[in-house]
Design a protein around this ligand. Structure first.
Ligand code: TA6
Length: 321
């Protein structure tokens, strides 16, 4: 290439920002763009015939998803921080390689460190059924090794359309066995949490985080009547969140996920969460496909594991009648 040509290209690359460069490479006109989201964080905005969605590359966090013709499914706090170093409050944070506090280090970041890192966008494409699929990747580096001494690759495929399909693959690239926890910490948007039923866990044992992790048995379906923070074990089946105020159900189907976390902070705990608006606790319930506690995953060198969570919505027959 002649001198003038390379200079021109050099100048263009200098002036293109990181986000513009991502959009030039991966954007699909009219279907998916990479734009500056809140706080200037890179955001993949999907507007496909089957549904719309937003995914922040910071944390590979789905922050919005709406099947065509339906209402928004995910809760996103009006007071969320959009700052590097802090997790986005709402949508679907990815928790890895531990869940909650790190067992041997109380100062380590809660829920691991991948929700507060920018992930690499690896591919973005439109599918024949009108949905859009993207692959985000995060890998170990010098910073992660300080917190967790393993070599890994996490590849997260997000497919947004009439359904939202989430596939989290973890690969052990090191030379020793690797044990980790993972959770897709899904904040569901509900009409009034006090009216909601979380169905599908009746009879299942859970660890009650509000009561020193004491193991209890779930009697009947779950209703939220106070602070609820539970890890259901041996809970690989589908869950249905029945939301009479919005006249809809949200179904959560899981593959290779043995634990399900259900969380609502209720009034008093919510007041201590700086990035949750007044009374917003009533608008959300978290139902989290996960492998945590006794369901943590162990991988030998070279092995990989994929957990899949699929969300879909339905209407409640005779809602409002
Ligand atoms: O998934 C439930 C939980 O572990 C709760 O204990 C609660 O603290 C919540 O996650 C939110 O955690 P965060 O670090 O995002 O404030």
């Amino acid at each position: 290439m002649g001198r003038g040509g390379s200079t021109r290209i050099g100048l263009r690359m200098d002036t293109l920002s990181h986000i513009d460069a991502l959009n030039a490479r991966y954007g699909i006109p009219g279907v998916a763009q990479i734009v500056r989201g809140n706080g200037g964080l890179p955001l993949v905005r999907v507007t496909s015939p089957a549904g719309s969605a937003e995914v922040s590359l910071y944390g590979a966090q789905v922050t919005k998803w709406k099947p065509a013709g339906a209402e928004e499914v995910l809760f996103l706090s009006e007071k969320s921080y959009w700052e590097v170093g802090r997790a986005i409050r709402g949508g679907i944070p990815v928790c890895f390689p531990w869940f909650g506090d790190k067992a041997d280090d109380a100062k380590a970041p809660k829920h691991g460190f991948v929700r507060t890192r920018e992930w690499r966008l690896d591919s973005l494409s439109a599918l024949d059924d009108g949905s859009v699929t993207l692959l985000c990747i995060t890998e170990n580096d010098a910073n992660t090794r300080v917190l967790w001494p393993h070599e890994y690759c996490v590849a997260y495929r997000i497919t947004a359309g009439a359904k939202l399909r989430l596939e989290l693959t973890v690969i052990n690239r090191g030379r020793s066995p690797m044990r980790f926890e993972e959770a897709l910490h899904t904040y569901l948007r509900v009409g009034r949490v006090q009216d909601v039923t979380v169905a599908g866990l009746a009879g299942t044992a859970y660890l009650d985080k509000t009561d020193r992790f004491v193991e209890k048995a779930q009697a009947g379906e779950i209703t939220i009547t106070r602070e609820t923070d539970r890890i259901y074990l041996n809970a690989s089946g589908a869950i249905e969140v029945v939301d009479p105020a919005r006249g809809r159900t949200i179904r959560i189907e899981k593959v290779n996920s043995e634990a399900t976390v259900v969380w609502n902070p209720w009034r008093e705990q919510a007041a201590k969460i700086g990035d949750l608006g007044n009374d917003e606790w009533q608008d959300m319930v978290c139902v989290e496909g996960s492998n945590v506690q006794s369901a943590a995953i162990q991988l030998d060198p070279g092995e990989e594991h994929t957990m899949r969570v699929t969300l879909s919505t339905g209407t409640i027959a005779n809602a409002g009648s």
